[in-house]
Design a protein around this ligand. Structure first.
Ligand code: TIU
Length: 230
């Protein structure tokens, strides 16, 4: 399949859609809706909504181009055996991980709050990676999944920019993946950290990767010839 070229910082990025995957990080009710983990930490969760529509448009373009789409969810086993006490006991939240909230137990797999928001729900056989940490590679099979599909570049979206998106981009970078982050497909509870987080990725000649506007990426994908049916 021919390469596409996406306007980006620090320079345009060439991507082979057949060897690239979109990774949507943690677009879960626990982070985006009232009563979830994000709100228990004292955050205004409405600040994350701005990423939903750009992610939806990018997902549509990526699916139409036949690209691999992977979703992640942060959360823990119901018995919390995979939740480090240092994480569970940190800070002074209204509810802790595992406590019962309005969307079920906070950040626990299988609960309503842990699941992905309706607007960005996985389609067909799109893989969903359940991760106990902030990075999508730590204690998951994401790396195997990508290697087995011949993926070399990742388009990383989701929430929050400076926490799980950044950690995943850093992990991916050290594993040899080229990462493109469409900035408007990410969001943070702390807008300043969102801006600086994106700048940190593209600084120093692209120390962790590339940053673009999702509209430019969608336009490039829309113009790409469709992948031949398998
Ligand atoms: N608190 C915060 O900004 N983020 C997280 O705890 N997890 C993710 O970023 N997904």
């Amino acid at each position: 399949m021919p390469f596409i070229e996406v306007p980006a910082l620090p320079e345009p990025m060439r991507l082979d859609p057949a060897r690239s995957a979109v990774v949507i990080i943690d677009m879960q009710r626990d982070f985006l809706e009232p009563g979830g983990f994000g709100e228990t930490l004292g955050n205004d969760v409405s600040l994350l909504r701005r990423a939903v529509e750009p992610c939806r448009a990018l997902l549509a373009a990526a699916r139409a181009a036949g690209m691999l789409v992977i979703h992640t969810r942060e959360g823990h086993r119901p018995d919390l055996s995979d939740a480090p006490p240092a994480k569970v006991m940190r800070g002074n939240p209204v509810l802790r991980i595992g406590d019962m909230g309005p969307m079920g137990r906070i950040l626990v797999r299988g609960e309503m709050g842990h699941d992905l928001i309706d607007e960005l729900y996985p389609e067909g056989d799109e893989p969903v990676i359940d991760k106990p940490g902030k990075g999508a590679f730590w204690a998951t099979d994401l790396h195997s999944l990508l290697i087995n599909r011949g993926i070399e570049s990742l388009i990383v979206c989701g929430v929050t920019t400076e926490v799980c998106v950044h950690t995943t981009v850093r992990e991916a970078n050290d594993r040899g993946y080229r990462c493109l982050v469409p900035g408007d497909c990410c969001a943070s509870y702390i807008p300043e950290f969102h801006e600086v987080g994106l700048r940190m990725i593209a600084a120093q000649g692209g120390i962790f990767g590339w940053v673009c506007e999702s509209a430019d990426l969608v336009a490039a994908l829309d113009a790409a010839p469709l992948r031949a049916a398998a």
